[in-house]
Design a protein around this ligand. Structure first.
Ligand SMILES: [Zn+2]
Length: 225
């Protein structure tokens, strides 16, 4: 791997287009990350440059959950919640990082699933394979937020460690917004069916104003990440 030029950010803008989606229209900006060799992207709603307190979700790829509809995790629900929230809010960013399986990659993730079939939990399965509990890192996200010219962010996350890592990368975090998706397999399947068959959204109508209106410091965590 060629070491990145120390004067240039490791993550360089590559292309951009408008993209209509079932959640509304977004601007999709694709970047090239020299360190990981991946293409992280920013899915942008509204005008975020120079803005304070912009809702931002830093989301890590989940092929099994987001593409295959796996019920072993709630990544897809969290992603859709974030896309809908930033659209309804009028501005915001979902940064999509290509780090499957908390950073261990798809092959290792499936190997860990095989160990989970034998009774290990997610942490013990990773450790049995000699892998970290959580190998994700957010340097590309920090670069992308700087490129977008966002002045400060409110992070959509239920994960305090992610907040700390973003702050350590000098991302100006002014608050946190919880990601309100149900976490039990039973309720998840039920809500997915409601959305698929009846057009319901994952966030209940009573939750939405609370998420958008409650000061972030007092917001509660509704689901483990
Ligand atoms: Zn997942």
């Amino acid at each position: 791997m060629t070491p990145p030029d120390s004067a240039a950010p490791r993550t360089a803008f590559f292309s951009e287009s408008l993209l209509p989606t079932r959640h509304g229209e977004f601007r999709v900006r694709v970047y090239r990350d020299q360190l990981s060799g991946t293409e992280p992207s920013a899915i942008v709603a509204g005008d975020v440059r120079g803005q304070d307190g912009v809702p931002v979700r830093v989301h890590s790829e989940c092929f099994t959950g987001e593409v295959l509809g796996s019920l072993k995790c709630d990544c897809r629900e969290q992603l859709e919640f974030a896309l809908e929230l930033v659209q309804r809010h009028g501005r915001g960013v979902v940064i999509y990082l290509r780090q499957e399986g908390r950073g261990i990659g798809l092959g290792n993730k499936i190997a860990a699933y095989a160990l989970q079939e034998e009774g290990l939990d997610t942490v013990d399965a990773n450790r049995a394979l000699g892998l970290p509990d959580d190998g994700r890192e957010y340097g590309a996200a920090a670069d992308i937020l700087r490129d977008l010219g966002v002045r400060s962010v409110r992070v959509l996350t239920n994960n305090p460690a992610k907040l700390e890592q973003l702050r350590a990368l000098e991302v100006p975090v002014v608050g946190r917004m919880p990601v309100l998706v149900p976490s039990s397999p039973h309720s998840r399947g039920y809500l997915q069916a409601k959305r698929r068959r009846m057009g319901h959204m994952i966030a209940e109508s009573g939750d939405e104003p609370a998420v958008l209106g409650v000061p972030v410091a007092t917001a509660t965590v509704a689901a483990a990440e």
